[in-house]
Write a protein that binds this ligand. Sequence first.
Ligand code: CP
Ligand code: NVA
Length: 316
Amino acid sequence: MSNLLAIDDLGDDFAKILRWAITYKDDDEIAPESQPLDGMSVGCIYEKPSTRTRVSFEVGINRLGGHSLTLLSGDIQLGQSETIGDTAQVLSRFLDGITYRCYAHADVVELADKATVPVINALSDLHHPCQAAADMMTIMEHSDKLEGIKVAWVGDGNNVLHDLMLACAMLGVDCHWAVPPGHEPNSKVVKRAQRIAAETGAELVQTHTPVEAVTDANFIYTDAFVSMGEEHLETKLADFDGFQVNLKLLEHADQDWKFMHCLPAHRGEEVTDEVIDHEQSIVFDQAENRMWAQMSILTYLLEKNSWDVYSDIMEV
Ligand code: CP
Ligand code: NVA
Protein backbone atom coordinates (compact mmCIF):
# COMPACT_ATOMS: atom_id res chain seq x y z
CA MET A 1 0.00 0.00 0.00
CA SER A 2 1.31 3.46 -0.89
CA ASN A 3 0.69 6.91 0.54
CA LEU A 4 1.26 10.40 -0.86
CA LEU A 5 2.72 12.52 1.92
CA ALA A 6 5.19 14.48 -0.24
CA ILE A 7 5.42 14.59 -4.03
CA ASP A 8 8.64 12.53 -4.15
CA ASP A 9 6.64 9.57 -2.81
CA LEU A 10 5.43 9.15 -6.42
CA GLY A 11 8.99 8.45 -7.59
CA ASP A 12 9.46 7.37 -11.19
CA ASP A 13 5.70 7.12 -11.79
CA PHE A 14 5.20 10.89 -11.40
CA ALA A 15 5.47 11.77 -15.11
CA LYS A 16 3.08 8.99 -16.06
CA ILE A 17 0.58 10.11 -13.39
CA LEU A 18 0.68 13.61 -14.90
CA ARG A 19 0.17 12.30 -18.42
CA TRP A 20 -2.81 10.34 -17.19
CA ALA A 21 -4.20 13.48 -15.50
CA ILE A 22 -3.97 15.29 -18.85
CA THR A 23 -5.77 12.35 -20.50
CA TYR A 24 -8.55 12.56 -17.89
CA LYS A 25 -8.91 16.26 -18.68
CA ASP A 26 -8.70 16.01 -22.46
CA ASP A 27 -11.07 13.08 -22.73
CA ASP A 28 -13.61 13.71 -20.01
CA GLU A 29 -15.58 10.64 -21.05
CA ILE A 30 -12.87 8.32 -19.68
CA ALA A 31 -13.55 8.61 -15.97
CA PRO A 32 -17.36 8.55 -16.13
CA GLU A 33 -17.18 5.48 -18.36
CA SER A 34 -14.58 3.46 -16.54
CA GLN A 35 -15.51 4.47 -12.94
CA PRO A 36 -12.28 3.17 -11.37
CA LEU A 37 -13.43 4.06 -7.83
CA ASP A 38 -16.83 2.38 -8.21
CA GLY A 39 -18.00 1.18 -4.78
CA MET A 40 -15.18 2.96 -2.94
CA SER A 41 -15.44 5.58 -0.20
CA VAL A 42 -12.81 8.22 0.51
CA GLY A 43 -12.82 10.27 3.73
CA CYS A 44 -11.40 13.79 3.52
CA ILE A 45 -10.36 15.28 6.89
CA TYR A 46 -9.82 19.05 7.23
CA GLU A 47 -8.26 20.81 10.22
CA LYS A 48 -7.91 24.02 8.18
CA PRO A 49 -10.22 25.82 5.74
CA SER A 50 -10.15 24.85 2.07
CA THR A 51 -11.94 25.77 -1.15
CA ARG A 52 -9.95 24.16 -3.99
CA THR A 53 -8.79 21.01 -2.22
CA ARG A 54 -12.18 20.27 -0.75
CA VAL A 55 -14.23 20.84 -3.90
CA SER A 56 -11.72 19.24 -6.27
CA PHE A 57 -11.51 16.07 -4.16
CA GLU A 58 -15.28 15.80 -3.74
CA VAL A 59 -16.06 16.35 -7.43
CA GLY A 60 -13.10 14.27 -8.63
CA ILE A 61 -13.95 11.27 -6.42
CA ASN A 62 -17.53 11.49 -7.64
CA ARG A 63 -16.43 11.58 -11.30
CA LEU A 64 -14.43 8.40 -10.70
CA GLY A 65 -17.55 6.64 -9.40
CA GLY A 66 -16.51 6.83 -5.75
CA HIS A 67 -18.16 8.40 -2.72
CA SER A 68 -16.49 11.16 -0.70
CA LEU A 69 -17.10 12.10 2.92
CA THR A 70 -15.91 15.49 4.10
CA LEU A 71 -14.86 15.23 7.75
CA LEU A 72 -14.24 18.56 9.45
CA SER A 73 -12.00 18.09 12.47
CA GLY A 74 -14.34 20.15 14.65
CA ASP A 75 -17.13 17.69 13.89
CA ILE A 76 -15.31 14.38 14.44
CA GLN A 77 -13.70 12.95 17.57
CA LEU A 78 -10.19 13.56 16.17
CA GLY A 79 -10.66 17.25 16.84
CA GLN A 80 -11.85 16.57 20.38
CA SER A 81 -10.17 13.75 22.25
CA GLU A 82 -9.49 10.73 20.02
CA THR A 83 -5.91 10.06 18.99
CA ILE A 84 -4.73 10.15 15.39
CA GLY A 85 -3.73 6.49 15.59
CA ASP A 86 -7.16 5.31 16.79
CA THR A 87 -8.89 7.51 14.21
CA ALA A 88 -6.70 6.02 11.46
CA GLN A 89 -7.55 2.47 12.47
CA VAL A 90 -11.29 3.11 12.77
CA LEU A 91 -11.52 4.96 9.45
CA SER A 92 -9.55 2.20 7.73
CA ARG A 93 -12.37 -0.25 8.61
CA PHE A 94 -14.85 1.85 6.58
CA LEU A 95 -12.91 3.68 3.91
CA ASP A 96 -10.77 2.85 0.90
CA GLY A 97 -8.62 5.97 1.21
CA ILE A 98 -8.14 9.01 3.44
CA THR A 99 -7.07 12.56 2.60
CA TYR A 100 -5.89 14.73 5.49
CA ARG A 101 -5.26 18.51 5.70
CA CYS A 102 -3.48 19.16 8.98
CA TYR A 103 -1.24 21.62 10.78
CA ALA A 104 1.78 19.54 11.78
CA HIS A 105 3.23 17.30 9.08
CA ALA A 106 3.99 14.71 11.79
CA ASP A 107 0.22 14.22 12.15
CA VAL A 108 -0.32 13.05 8.56
CA VAL A 109 2.77 10.84 8.92
CA GLU A 110 1.22 9.28 12.04
CA LEU A 111 -2.16 8.83 10.35
CA ALA A 112 -0.50 7.11 7.39
CA ASP A 113 1.53 4.94 9.72
CA LYS A 114 -1.54 3.62 11.54
CA ALA A 115 -4.00 3.51 8.61
CA THR A 116 -4.32 0.36 6.53
CA VAL A 117 -5.63 2.26 3.48
CA PRO A 118 -3.75 4.84 1.35
CA VAL A 119 -3.39 8.30 2.90
CA ILE A 120 -3.00 11.48 0.82
CA ASN A 121 -1.60 14.66 2.35
CA ALA A 122 -4.07 17.42 1.45
CA LEU A 123 -1.63 20.08 2.84
CA SER A 124 0.47 20.11 5.97
CA ASP A 125 2.83 22.78 7.28
CA LEU A 126 5.66 21.04 5.37
CA HIS A 127 4.19 19.67 2.14
CA HIS A 128 1.40 20.20 -0.39
CA PRO A 129 1.95 17.41 -2.94
CA CYS A 130 -1.45 17.62 -4.68
CA GLN A 131 -0.74 21.27 -5.47
CA ALA A 132 2.64 20.38 -6.98
CA ALA A 133 1.07 17.67 -9.16
CA ALA A 134 -1.48 20.17 -10.50
CA ASP A 135 1.26 22.78 -10.97
CA MET A 136 3.51 20.52 -13.04
CA MET A 137 0.51 19.40 -15.08
CA THR A 138 -0.27 23.08 -15.74
CA ILE A 139 3.35 23.80 -16.72
CA MET A 140 3.24 20.83 -19.12
CA GLU A 141 0.05 22.23 -20.70
CA HIS A 142 1.64 25.65 -21.19
CA SER A 143 5.02 24.63 -22.62
CA ASP A 144 6.00 22.46 -25.57
CA LYS A 145 8.77 20.80 -23.58
CA LEU A 146 10.06 20.74 -20.02
CA GLU A 147 13.70 20.82 -21.10
CA GLY A 148 15.19 24.30 -20.63
CA ILE A 149 12.21 25.62 -18.66
CA LYS A 150 12.95 27.86 -15.68
CA VAL A 151 10.49 28.14 -12.78
CA ALA A 152 11.06 31.06 -10.37
CA TRP A 153 9.55 31.28 -6.89
CA VAL A 154 9.39 34.66 -5.15
CA GLY A 155 8.19 34.70 -1.55
CA ASP A 156 8.15 32.51 1.52
CA GLY A 157 10.12 29.25 1.80
CA ASN A 158 6.95 27.33 2.59
CA ASN A 159 5.05 24.06 2.08
CA VAL A 160 4.09 24.89 -1.54
CA LEU A 161 7.69 25.71 -2.47
CA HIS A 162 8.89 22.44 -0.90
CA ASP A 163 6.83 20.25 -3.23
CA LEU A 164 7.36 22.57 -6.19
CA MET A 165 11.15 22.24 -5.95
CA LEU A 166 10.88 18.46 -5.45
CA ALA A 167 8.52 18.18 -8.44
CA CYS A 168 10.80 20.30 -10.63
CA ALA A 169 13.78 18.21 -9.58
CA MET A 170 11.90 14.99 -10.40
CA LEU A 171 11.04 16.21 -13.91
CA GLY A 172 14.40 17.86 -14.67
CA VAL A 173 12.99 21.41 -14.59
CA ASP A 174 15.19 24.27 -13.29
CA CYS A 175 13.80 25.93 -10.16
CA HIS A 176 15.19 29.15 -8.64
CA TRP A 177 13.71 30.58 -5.47
CA ALA A 178 14.09 34.05 -3.96
CA VAL A 179 13.22 34.22 -0.26
CA PRO A 180 14.03 36.86 2.38
CA PRO A 181 16.83 35.97 4.82
CA GLY A 182 15.33 33.92 7.65
CA HIS A 183 12.52 32.52 5.48
CA GLU A 184 14.47 29.87 3.59
CA PRO A 185 12.84 26.51 2.81
CA ASN A 186 13.41 23.54 5.10
CA SER A 187 17.03 22.42 4.63
CA LYS A 188 16.19 18.69 4.75
CA VAL A 189 13.65 19.10 1.94
CA VAL A 190 16.18 21.12 -0.09
CA LYS A 191 18.76 18.35 0.35
CA ARG A 192 16.21 15.77 -0.81
CA ALA A 193 15.44 17.89 -3.88
CA GLN A 194 19.15 18.35 -4.60
CA ARG A 195 19.71 14.58 -4.47
CA ILE A 196 16.92 14.08 -7.02
CA ALA A 197 18.18 16.97 -9.17
CA ALA A 198 21.65 15.41 -9.29
CA GLU A 199 20.04 12.46 -11.11
CA THR A 200 17.78 14.42 -13.48
CA GLY A 201 20.03 17.41 -14.21
CA ALA A 202 17.61 20.02 -12.84
CA GLU A 203 19.25 23.22 -11.58
CA LEU A 204 18.12 24.30 -8.10
CA VAL A 205 19.22 27.76 -6.98
CA GLN A 206 18.44 29.79 -3.86
CA THR A 207 18.81 33.57 -3.72
CA HIS A 208 17.64 36.47 -1.57
CA THR A 209 17.16 38.67 -4.65
CA PRO A 210 13.83 38.41 -6.56
CA VAL A 211 15.31 39.87 -9.80
CA GLU A 212 17.96 37.15 -9.83
CA ALA A 213 15.41 34.36 -9.57
CA VAL A 214 13.02 35.90 -12.09
CA THR A 215 15.59 36.75 -14.78
CA ASP A 216 14.61 34.89 -18.00
CA ALA A 217 12.16 32.69 -16.05
CA ASN A 218 9.23 31.14 -17.93
CA PHE A 219 6.99 30.51 -14.92
CA ILE A 220 6.91 32.88 -11.93
CA TYR A 221 5.21 31.58 -8.80
CA THR A 222 4.30 33.15 -5.49
CA ASP A 223 2.07 32.30 -2.50
CA ALA A 224 0.83 34.02 0.64
CA PHE A 225 3.65 35.40 2.77
CA VAL A 226 1.81 34.19 5.89
CA SER A 227 0.47 30.62 5.69
CA MET A 228 -2.45 29.09 7.56
CA GLY A 229 -1.40 28.46 11.14
CA GLU A 230 1.12 31.32 11.09
CA GLU A 231 -1.38 34.11 11.69
CA HIS A 232 0.33 34.88 15.00
CA LEU A 233 3.44 35.74 12.94
CA GLU A 234 1.84 38.72 11.14
CA THR A 235 4.97 40.73 11.89
CA LYS A 236 6.61 38.37 9.40
CA LEU A 237 5.07 40.47 6.61
CA ALA A 238 7.60 43.26 7.10
CA ASP A 239 10.37 40.90 5.97
CA PHE A 240 8.79 40.58 2.50
CA ASP A 241 9.29 44.16 1.41
CA GLY A 242 10.48 43.95 -2.23
CA PHE A 243 9.14 40.43 -2.75
CA GLN A 244 5.84 41.38 -4.42
CA VAL A 245 5.33 39.99 -7.93
CA ASN A 246 4.39 43.04 -10.03
CA LEU A 247 4.82 44.04 -13.67
CA LYS A 248 8.11 45.80 -12.93
CA LEU A 249 9.64 42.62 -11.54
CA LEU A 250 8.27 40.64 -14.50
CA GLU A 251 10.18 42.90 -16.94
CA HIS A 252 13.16 40.66 -16.07
CA ALA A 253 11.34 37.45 -16.98
CA ASP A 254 11.01 35.80 -20.39
CA GLN A 255 8.54 37.93 -22.35
CA ASP A 256 6.11 34.97 -22.55
CA TRP A 257 6.18 34.63 -18.74
CA LYS A 258 3.31 32.83 -17.06
CA PHE A 259 2.23 33.78 -13.56
CA MET A 260 1.37 31.04 -11.06
CA HIS A 261 -0.20 31.06 -7.58
CA CYS A 262 -1.71 28.16 -5.64
CA LEU A 263 -4.44 30.51 -4.33
CA PRO A 264 -5.97 31.89 -2.21
CA ALA A 265 -4.15 35.12 -3.17
CA HIS A 266 -3.72 38.19 -1.02
CA ARG A 267 -4.11 40.73 -3.79
CA GLY A 268 -1.93 43.79 -3.30
CA GLU A 269 0.37 41.86 -0.97
CA GLU A 270 2.37 39.10 -2.69
CA VAL A 271 0.93 39.94 -6.14
CA THR A 272 -0.71 42.92 -7.81
CA ASP A 273 -4.13 42.79 -9.48
CA GLU A 274 -2.59 43.57 -12.86
CA VAL A 275 -0.38 40.48 -12.67
CA ILE A 276 -2.92 37.98 -11.33
CA ASP A 277 -5.59 39.24 -13.77
CA HIS A 278 -3.13 39.39 -16.70
CA GLU A 279 -3.76 37.22 -19.77
CA GLN A 280 -0.45 35.49 -18.98
CA SER A 281 -1.70 34.47 -15.54
CA ILE A 282 -2.53 30.73 -15.36
CA VAL A 283 -3.75 30.59 -11.76
CA PHE A 284 -7.23 29.32 -12.62
CA ASP A 285 -5.79 26.54 -14.82
CA GLN A 286 -3.79 25.49 -11.77
CA ALA A 287 -6.96 25.48 -9.64
CA GLU A 288 -8.90 23.39 -12.18
CA ASN A 289 -6.01 20.98 -12.62
CA ARG A 290 -6.14 20.11 -8.91
CA MET A 291 -9.12 17.94 -9.78
CA TRP A 292 -7.62 16.16 -12.79
CA ALA A 293 -4.26 15.57 -11.08
CA GLN A 294 -5.93 14.20 -7.93
CA MET A 295 -8.17 11.93 -10.02
CA SER A 296 -5.05 10.42 -11.54
CA ILE A 297 -3.36 10.11 -8.12
CA LEU A 298 -6.47 8.48 -6.59
CA THR A 299 -6.62 5.96 -9.42
CA TYR A 300 -2.91 5.25 -8.99
CA LEU A 301 -3.08 4.77 -5.21
CA LEU A 302 -6.51 3.18 -4.77
CA GLU A 303 -7.17 1.19 -7.91
CA LYS A 304 -3.95 -0.43 -9.06
CA ASN A 305 -5.81 -2.71 -11.50
CA SER A 306 -7.24 0.21 -13.48
CA TRP A 307 -3.91 1.96 -13.21
CA ASP A 308 -2.08 -1.02 -14.71
CA VAL A 309 -4.52 -1.07 -17.65
CA TYR A 310 -4.06 2.68 -18.19
CA SER A 311 -0.29 2.32 -17.90
CA ASP A 312 -0.31 -0.29 -20.65
CA ILE A 313 -2.39 2.02 -22.88
CA MET A 314 0.07 4.84 -22.29
CA GLU A 315 3.08 2.64 -23.12
CA VAL A 316 1.65 1.98 -26.60
N1 CP B 1 -4.47 25.81 -3.13
C1 CP B 1 -5.20 25.25 -2.16
O1 CP B 1 -4.86 24.23 -1.58
O2 CP B 1 -6.38 25.91 -1.92
P1 CP B 1 -7.40 25.62 -0.75
O3 CP B 1 -6.76 26.05 0.54
O4 CP B 1 -8.61 26.44 -1.08
O5 CP B 1 -7.72 24.15 -0.73
N1 NVA C 1 1.14 28.18 1.98
C1 NVA C 1 -0.30 28.26 2.06
C2 NVA C 1 -0.93 27.46 0.97
C3 NVA C 1 -2.43 27.53 0.94
C4 NVA C 1 -3.04 26.67 -0.13
C5 NVA C 1 -0.74 27.76 3.41
O1 NVA C 1 -0.23 26.75 3.89
O2 NVA C 1 -1.60 28.41 4.01
